[in-house]
Design a protein. Sequence first.
Length: 139
Amino acid sequence: MEGELTEEQYHNTLDQIGVQRRAISLMWNQRSVDTPLGLPFNIASYGLLLEIIAKQVNMVPDELIGNLGDTHIYLNQIEGIKEQLTREPFELPTLKHMKTNEFFKSLSEDLSLITHLDSSDFTLENYQSHPSIKLPLSN
């Protein structure tokens, strides 16, 4: 019909005004995890990877799914875990990207550009935490 956009024009217009088109999820498999010490780090790491990939392909991050095998808590961690369970969670912080959208889109053409990312390219706004709980690392 006259006056209607083609599909390509429609998507180009959405891209120009910054409308995200689809959502993307990330699933990882892990053979073993020390739940109180390792799992929070794994969740944060894979969550950041999901954010980077979503920016690269102009999608919104959706689900982060971990398939965890030998998921364990050691006996010498029980008291610290009991303390953790008494704490009220804070509101989640917001992740801000310091690199431009163009940088993330350029990762599609040259994945080696990912080596140009470091921790200073991301900030957490409104991050709050309780005092640390010292948990022993067991083997």
